[in-house]
Write a protein of this length. Sequence first.
Length: 265
Amino acid sequence: MFLVANWKMNMTRSLIDGYLDVLAGRPMSGLLERKRLSVALAAPHIYLDYVNREVHRRKLPVQIVAQDVSTRTSGAFTGEVGVPNLLDIGIKGSLIGHSERRRFFRETDEDVVAKTGLCLNGGVVPIICFGESRPDRENGVTLETLRSQLEPVCEEIVRAREEGIYTPFYLAYEPVWAIGSGVNAGLSDIQEVVTFVCEAFPWPDPPNCLYGGSVGLENIRELASSEFLSGFLVGSSWLDPNGLLNSAELLPQTERTAQEGVRFK
């Protein structure tokens, strides 16, 4: 399984050093190998280069991904960070379309498609977030919302494959009503969504699906029992490195290998 710790707008260099020291102080390599897990840290842009260098210096079996990427590649776009910038510092994965980007920064489905295309073309693995709001769920339009988000993404991935571009991708289901609420989607909810996502679109490759939304020590084992999930995208619970490692310890050893071909280095 693939575990992504989303640091969001948190961390300083001293906190990062402490986080990585905890990871280095426990037998992480053996844990990940035994459980067949891979781990990525989604750091703020300003710390990506620092975290990447420190992870390599400590020889940690951890990958580093960005939390977002621009719809542009270069030019007069103050404050933006493009795919070439990520590649220049050795970052080969990025979250795209996180619910907070959609909610607070008005990121649109069209933006997500543009970013997906740029990542695929540049060799940056996109972790494409999608999910419904509470009103969507209460009004019974969850699947319609997900279709509007993912259909153009699928078309973009198909187009890339037709052009001979084989950059892998992940899909991350994050029901907005569950994020940070302490309310987690049940296994039946997740199964319904992931089954729909896998079957409703002509994906050129079987999609690997992550789940994020109030995941913690109390429920990760149950959620991981789902044969439909390839991992988790977790925020606050994994700002503590012990939370990440303790979660990994709880996960069952798996024989599933669908996600093993996805690498960021």
